[in-house]
Design a protein around this ligand. Sequence first.
Ligand code: FE2
Length: 308
Amino acid sequence: MSIDGNVNGAREEALTAEVVRSFAAADPRLKEILSSLVTHLHSFIREIRLTPEEWGAGIDFLTQAGHISDDRRQELILLSDVLGASMQTVLVNAPSNPMATEPTVLGPFFAKGSPLAHEGDDIAREAPGTPCWVEIEVRSESGEPIPSARVEVWGAGDDGLYDVQRNRDTMANRAHFFTGPQGAVRFWSILPSAYPVPADGPVGRLLAATRRSEMRPAHLHFLITAEGYSPLVTHLFVSGDRYLPTDAVFGVRPSLVVDFPEHPAKEPTPDGRPVNGAWRSMSHTFVLAEEGPRREFMAGQGQNLGNY
Ligand SMILES: [Fe+2]
């Protein structure tokens, strides 16, 4: 790339080429990744004519992001999320079949070892919120029910917190099910609530400096796996949520926004369970893509328990 009027352009281009050549002996994929990264990084620096002071501010930002991170909080994943890099990575690995349910970000609150739950169970336990009856179907692209699919569910309470933020030892509003012969599972959860990403660190200051919302619209997380199908990591968002247009991590897909209708206290619940006051319901059919070559993408996911 050359910059009009930049007398140093040839030297700048030569430097980029020199750094790219330094990766010549690397593993082919590592060489591809680093060569592209350096080429784009150098182009960015040259395009905006980065000053030494701005370079220093960037280094300070990344240093602060590292210092605030620990095994509970991952500021660099949050940075990836708010820059849309996490969602872009989801998109480039998503099934291309438009029939399949769209994926979205895994987020930092997936936890291995969720309790096994069964048809009709209440997974909310001590998580506070309005009771919500959930009916899920899992189907193939041709519409066939998928029995024995593993359905992981997790969500925040109406305090805006996930169980791992309240208490590391007790799981609440988190469970896994296996679909029945008709590819369905039904259970009680709670109405999802919007919550803020942590805004007391450098990423929060970036959001404030750019006048961006720190809120995630209300959603319930799902991770669905079944033999012969690509794993599906997605959310269902609550229609009408005020934060849908400004999700801090760009995870909203219109196809994932669903109704959670309200039912008056007097209306009998689908399974006859007594509840105090009004309750909600939600039903949705997930369509899994047949297994493709990208399945290895999920390997190692779920380790990134952070604090937002
Ligand atoms: Fe979430």
